[in-house]
Design a protein around this ligand. Sequence first.
Ligand code: SAH
Length: 471
Amino acid sequence: MNYFPVFFDLDAQKVLVVGAGEVALRKVELLMRTGAAVTVVAPDIHPELMRRAGAGLIKLALREFVPEDLSGARLVIVATSHRALNRWIANLSESRGIPVNVVDDREASRFIVPAIVDRDPVLVAVATSGTSPVLARRLRERLEALIPKRIGEAALWLRSMRRTAKSQLRDIGARRRFFEAVVDGPAMRRFIDGDAQGARRIAQQLLSTSSTAPRAAGEVALVGAGPGDAELLTLKALRALQDADVILHDRLVSRSVLDMARRDAELICVGKAAGNLGSTQEQINQLLIEHASAGKRVVRLKGGDPFVFGRGGEELEALAAARINFSVVPGITAAAGCAAYAGIPLTHRDYAHSVSFVTGHADKTGKEPDWRALSAPGHTAVFYMGLARLEHIVARLLEHGASPTLPAGLIVQGTLPQQRVIVATLATLVKIAARAALESPALLVVGEVVALHESLAWFGMPKILDASQSA
Ligand code: SAH
């Protein structure tokens, strides 16, 4: 290892910055946040630095560097555009034992400045020992996406609990277990999700039981996996997948989404498949309750959005009755995802002012949707689970006044590489679909907007349309 990583407390310490361009400005901005007493020396100054000096926030010397500038400095950053000058200043700093960094000159630097993820007071620093600043930046970007935005606030929250914990839990081991239960469990996840009140409530519960039952309470996150393309997961869904001990998923959830799960998470498929009826709803509810009661972090992963034809509500009712903590992460529902990837805007000022999401599945009670409303002009109707009853749906729409020439389309395995889009009219769709031997899942979209597919399709298109061809 070539470098020793440290975080330097610079509060009220003199830091000398030589040079005053764009790079120096960025360093000064960062330094100022640490409370350092910044002195900038340079003959030409970035206007923003000038402004800060005018406001008395930094000291400024509008001239060339002189060795006396180093006196009293705890740290030196050199960022002029003259390599020889930089090196001379670096040598002077070295001879006085002041740590120095020369921007873009690792050899002349005693210390290097890492790429950081800044969630004050939480700081994550990344360095490649100067081998590749680009790589360091990319790594930082990945960490940015992975580390919750509210982690800094969470750290402050944890600090704020220290005193209460100390007074209520005398034993140092019990305190440690309490904080572990908070950080590893639903309390922290709540806080990160922006539900500070829920987090406090759970932490309070833990605190009152910690001396007797120190184990972290389990929780179920009901998570929407989106329509298929794993990149359509939300950041929260990704985090839940990477935190999970157990994941109960539907058949509909794509392989690429499941690949995002923590490696040692237990994956349980509870979905229906051909020749396999899958678990009953009652069995699923029971599994969720069992795992959560055992203190596990459980993710219930559903295709699309859990509250759109996903029985998410029923599962939460069972959890609520069993007094299990739960949270919900919405997902991109099939209608939104498939329409986007098929180039079919669900509403459009010229063609549709409203949109309905309808189940094409026969209701046990035999109740039918409001076919007249769905057939009305200026409306888009999206049918989930409609493939098996396609003929029935089309017949009802025609009966209730929809025009036989109304565009209607099927989006099959939407957002996935094998996506297929079939566009027809109400009069022709059933025949064309039968010929195409479609697989599920498929979504039926009916309305004028479907015709836009022809000009707006983009996903899976072999090439950009050539202007000379379209002319
Ligand atoms: N909760 C899910 C819907 C579950 S019902 C959501 O919000 O999307 C299952 C139906 O969703 C399927 O029968 C199909 O109509 C539709 N569906 C889900 N994913 C799809 C996909 N990738 N392509 C086409 N239709 C899809």
